[in-house]
Design a protein. Structure first.
Length: 290
């Protein structure tokens, strides 16, 4: 069976981008005029996945509002003839079939995925981390789904990270297969010493998982940071059934970090239909003063 469902965990506390994330979910921070979470939903839709579950919490209802209809705004735009803006608003609410589930306690990414068990049922599913925007014409998650169709194994989106940062990510033992595909043989979450580092390849932002992951998650003890780590469950999956890594094409922006937010905003502004040309001139002028 192909991948028809996607889970977007977006219930984290976003402590790295406080105070911005105190009342506004970091997933709602905009790249110019579009919130991060919309880019992620659009990526899933472009990959042919329209059944989407967003994991939220009690402070994040604004995400539901964003993808809902807004009758007053729509009426006003129609009445004043602002049909282009009306189209933008309607497109957002018609994007996909989105449902929501609350993670009652922030117990980690693995726990957030486990909450989605009733939604996924007995099917493989895509996971798109709610704060990782990946920009690429061919959607990154589509590249992973293609690998799933070929191998019917858990698929991780992987990229190399700078050596000084590997202690903040997972580290993977990998063997090249062909093209951008790797066999993953082991993994460790947030390696603390150099001998724990298996390689600079890390799981970044996307994966496709088989339903067996839920039984594994149920039995996985809480790990780094006192959270149920998805990586710990994926390590068990790797050791029992194997996993494949896809070094996906696309640039990933970490909307959970201050620098990531700024890079994403600048890049999005440079290619924006309305303001791109003017912004480019501004950036060039600014660069001359630096
Ligand atoms: P992060 O570890 O980046 O999110 O999780 P965080 O906990 O919000 O980050 P900081 O360290 O406090 O800044 C990756 C993704 O998993 C979601 C987050 O919303 C993010 O999209 N997540 C994390 C959950 O849905 N639930 C959790 O319990 C933890």
């Amino acid at each position: 069976m192909g991948v028809r469902k996607a889970i977007i965990p977006a219930a984290g506390l976003g402590t790295r981008v406080l105070p911005a994330s105190k009342a506004i979910p970091k997933e709602m921070l905009p790249l110019v005029d579009k919130p991060a979470i919309q880019y992620i939903v659009e990526e899933a839709v472009h990959a042919g996945i329209e059944d989407i579950l967003i994991i939220t919490n009690r402070n994040k209802t604004v995400m539901e509002d964003h993808f809902d209809c807004s009758p007053e705004l729509e009426q006003q735009l129609a009445a004043t003839g602002k049909l282009d803006k009306l189209e933008i608003v309607n497109n957002v609410s018609n994007l996909a079939d989105i449902t929501y589930m609350r993670q009652k306690e922030t117990l980690g990414l693995g726990h957030a995925v486990l909450c989605a068990r009733p939604f996924a049922g007995n099917e493989p599913f895509a996971v798109l981390y709610g704060d990782d925007v990946i920009v690429r014409k061919s959607p990154a998650i589509g590249q992973l789904c293609k690998a799933y169709d070929a191998y019917h194994m858990g698929i991780a989106g992987i990229k190399q990270v700078p050596e000084q940062n590997i202690n903040k990510y997972s580290s993977l033992a990998v063997e090249p297969m062909h093209d951008r595909l790797f066999k993953i043989t082991d993994m460790v979450e947030k390696p603390q010493t150099p001998d724990e580092v298996l390689s600079l390849y890390s799981i970044l932002g996307r994966c496709v998982l088989p339903p067996e992951i839920f039984d594994i998650l149920e039995k996985t003890p809480f790990g780094a940071d006192g959270e149920l780590q998805l990586t710990d469950a994926m390590r068990t999956l790797t050791r029992t059934k194997g996993m494949v890594g896809v070094d996906y094409e696309g640039v990933r922006y970490d909307m959970g970090s201050k620098l990531g937010i700024m890079k994403a905003a600048v890049e999005a502004a440079l290619v924006h239909d309305e303001i791109g040309a003017e912004f480019r001139i501004y950036v060039k002028q600014l660069a001359e003063t630096l």
